[in-house]
Design a protein around this ligand. Structure first.
Ligand SMILES: [Zn+2]
Length: 467
């Protein structure tokens, strides 16, 4: 859902109230039957904004009747292109579905000419979507429409179409199609390395920062960095909660945590200059304080930054550390096992933990317990440094209780640098120290612990300097 930093710190980026006349994004417009499950029976939690949705998988048939010259985008496949669009535009759309190039289905000149749709007083656009948890649609009479497609599954050759529909006054949106295409590609082949499961992904220039099956409703933003991190975050939600049927209402971390690690990992792949530390300062500020609750706490009971910390950066760090611990091959094996077991269903927290354990063949209960169930905070320190000629020993102390990876960044007296990395495995035995032994002919001048994704509530003791 909405990326909270925009609301909390960067209100200028939210275009609230700035209604773009002649376009709209419509969601939550039909009554739903609550989910009945074997955990709670009927799930009666109301939608209150922060706590999101829990819906069953359904087959949707959607008809949207709009005046001529309005275009409609929606979850699902458009079944009657030739009844609503003139031939030229249907051809362009079908073309886009078969080609890698980025093209305009509708450009500014087409809009000026105004003969894009059938010139009936009203046109009814018909869509069909199977096995999705929700359906949304958007419409406009003045948006341009970029489209492209790509093979998302090399085994079957299946393609996904990617669209961007936007107001040309919003300059950031000219890059949206490229960024969104790259996101779909990276999700299919790099992370989570799972063929994109739907026929299209449409990014619509709206007033929100919100995901739907096959649809994203994203406000315009000021910078390319904001565009990338917003688009990849919201598109990443395709897998979690939609493909996996997550109960977002109770377990925000089971979808927002994944969207957060998604944007952390994908953004630098899209733009190598992107440094995405989303949520890190916020967690370091709150870690271990009264408002910091265990991640497993029900989202329905949380609010403000307690809710935000628990839904976004804290679980994302947990996933990142498990990826680091297992290594990519085993991590993807475990993650894919979870996806296979639970797509189209409703996994609960224990289903996730158990699947990663079974899929990887490793019992990670010690970490699930300490990172997801227990209270506490991360705080490492350089405890002791011993140099005997070439033989070096550095003792790292865990002053907090949250197991985090150890990055020991060393600057030698000649100015050269070296980093030693240890995964969370060094803390598995509940030990309070970890020892790094190595040899070097150089003398150590400076030691600094940490990296961007290793939170630490007291950074002063992360530094050691030779006297
Ligand atoms: Zn989100």
């Amino acid at each position: 859902m909405i990326k909270y930093n925009y609301i909390v710190n960067q209100t200028s980026h939210i275009r609230t109230g700035e209604i773009d006349k002649g376009s709209a994004f419509i969601a939550y417009f039909f009554p739903r039957i609550a989910v009945y499950d074997d955990i709670d029976g009927w799930n009666k939690n109301p939608y209150t904004g922060s706590q999101e949705f829990y819906n069953d998988f359904c087959h949707f048939n959607l008809s949207v009747t709009v005046p001529k010259n309005y275009l409609v985008w929606a979850t699902g496949d458009l079944l009657n292109c030739d009844e609503v669009l003139n031939q030229k535009y249907c051809d362009r759309l079908h073309n886009a579905e078969q080609k890698d190039d980025i093209a305009y289905v509708v450009d500014s000149i087409d809009l000026k000419e105004g003969n894009i749709t059938k010139q009936n007083e009203y046109n009814t656009w018909i869509f069909k979507a199977d096995n999705v948890v929700d359906v949304a649609f958007a419409l406009s009479n003045h948006y341009v429409w970029n489209a492209t497609s790509l093979v998302v599954d090399k085994k079957t050759g299946r393609r996904t179409r990617v669209d961007a529909a936007f107001n040309t006054q919003h300059k950031d949106y000219f890059d949206a199609i490229d960024v969104s295409r790259k996101t779909v590609e990276l999700m299919s082949y790099k992370f989570p390395k799972w063929p994109y499961p739907y026929n299209h992904e449409t990014v619509f220039d709206g007033l929100d920062q919100m995901e739907y099956p096959m649809m994203v409703n994203d406000n315009p933003v000021a910078t390319k960095f904001d565009l990338i991190t917003l688009a990849d975050h919201e598109i990443f939600h395709t897998m979690f909660p939609f493909y996996m049927g997550i109960n977002e209402t109770k377990y925000g971390w089971m979808d927002e945590g994944w969207a957060t690690i998604g944007e952390w990992l994908l953004s630098p792949m899209i733009d190598s200059a992107a440094v995405d530390d989303y949520g890190m300062a916020r967690y370091e500020k709150n870690a271990g304080k009264e408002i910091d609750a265990p991640i497993i706490s029900l989202s329905t009971l949380l609010r403000d930054e307690t809710f935000v910390n628990n839904s976004y950066e804290k679980p994302a760090l947990g996933y990142l550390y498990v990826k680091d611990l297992l290594g990519d091959e085993l991590f993807f094996k475990a993650l894919h096992y979870y996806i296979q077991q639970w797509n189209g269903k409703h996994p609960m927290p224990l289903d996730f933990f158990n699947c990663i354990n079974s899929g990887s063949g490793k019992n990670l209960n010690w970490f699930w317990k300490r990172w997801f169930y227990e209270a506490g905070y991360p705080d490492l320190a350089v405890a002791k440094v011993t140099e005997k000629g070439n033989t070096k020993q550095i003792i790292i102390e865990m002053k907090g209780n949250k197991p985090v990876p150890v990055d020991v960044n060393i600057t030698y007296s000649d100015g050269s640098k070296q980093t030693f990395h240890r995964t969370i495995a060094v803390w598995e035995k509940n030990n309070k120290t970890a020892t790094l032994n190595f040899t070097s002919s150089k003398k150590i001048r400076l030691i600094e612990l940490g990296n961007m994704y290793i939170p630490d509530v007291n950074k002063k003791d992360n530094v050691w300097e030779s006297k």
